[in-house]
Design a protein around this ligand. Structure first.
Ligand code: AMP
Length: 278
């Protein structure tokens, strides 16, 4: 397994692979890898000859006062996990390598990124779209794999790739959960024992929404209210509860198959997200 730290070296590696006629898959991550990330690597493996995992905690997608400085990091452990999964390259540039001090260009998706995480984290998707574009230009993949855990992000990236003609297929892989239902996240490591218990409120609330839907409930406002109650009862501070169309991220009044229920809530200082499609 190769560790590459500069964009030019990454581009040179990819150029050789492309000349050799190989397909490259890219798995963008911020590191502190878990089974969710590794499931993306395995999916990537089935779609290409080579797998490049990018490991970059991107400063521009964090807002002021967010957790950039304390985001969990353990490159040594990430490296061992990638090696065990047969990853071909870890691309891990430094922030200085990625952003010139006078960088003044950004990629902005203007419709799908407005609501949900875009509303509660201004500038977040601008940072995401910009860094993913840059990573794509470094890795030059044929295919890239993202997680449904960040459902809005996956949709925004698909739109960006379509709108800007990136010749890249986007695959979205299912959410990997702990046995008790908690969606895996690098941020889970920061939860205290009590917050870890509270955090279960997210998947419990989604389960409740699914059950309500199965029983015939169709009123989105009612389900939203019940989810908010469940999150509060679990000791979580709700950031948002949204019930939206999966294609537009616009709120719906009526539940229907395929509608996305998306949640963000704080357990202590740690912001967690989760979602399900009805
Ligand atoms: P992150 O390192 O949190 O930025 O995530 C990198 C990629 O892994 C994103 O495409 C996420 O959606 C995906 N991911 C994170 N957690 C999970 C999970 N529990 N299951 C599946 N994919 C995930």
């Amino acid at each position: 397994m190769k560790i590459i730290t500069t964009p030019s070296e990454m581009q040179a590696w990819s150029r050789e692979r492309l000349i050799a006629g190989e397909r490259i898959a890219c798995v963008p991550t911020m590191g502190y890898l878990h089974e969710g990330h590794l499931s993306l690597v395995r999916r990537a493996r089935t779609a290409a000859d080579r797998v490049v995992l990018t490991l970059f905690v991107n400063p521009t997608q964090f807002g002021p006062g967010e957790d950039y400085a304390i985001y969990p990091r353990d490159p040594g452990r990430d490296r061992a996990l990638c090696e065990a999964e047969g990853v071909d390259v870890i691309f891990m540039p430094t922030a200085a390598e990625m952003y010139a001090p006078d960088a003044s260009t950004a990629v902005v998706e203007e419709a799908l990124s407005r609501r949900l995480c875009g509303a509660s984290r201004p500038g977040h998707f601008r940072g995401v779209c910009t860094v993913v574009s840059k990573l794509f230009n470094c890795v030059r993949p044929d295919v890239a794999v993202f997680g449904q855990k960040d459902a809005q992000q996956a949709l925004v990236i698909k739109r960006m790739v379509r709108d800007l003609n990136f010749p890249i297929e986007i695959i979205v892989a299912p959410i990997v959960r702990e046995p008790d239902g908690l969606a895996l996240s690098s941020r889970n490591v920061r939860l205290s024992a009590e917050e870890r218990k509270s955090a279960l409120g997210l998947s419990r609330a989604l389960g409740m929404a699914r059950e309500a839907f199965a029983r015939g409930e169709r009123d989105a406002a009612t389900v939203r209210r019940r989810i908010e109650e469940e999150l509060a009862a679990s000791g979580l501070r709700t950031d948002y509860v949204e019930i939206v169309d999966t294609g537009t991220m616009e709120p719906v009044a009526q539940l229907a198959p395929g509608v996305l229920v998306a949640l963000a809530a704080f357990a202590g200082q740690t912001r967690l997200i989760d979602n399900c499609e009805l």
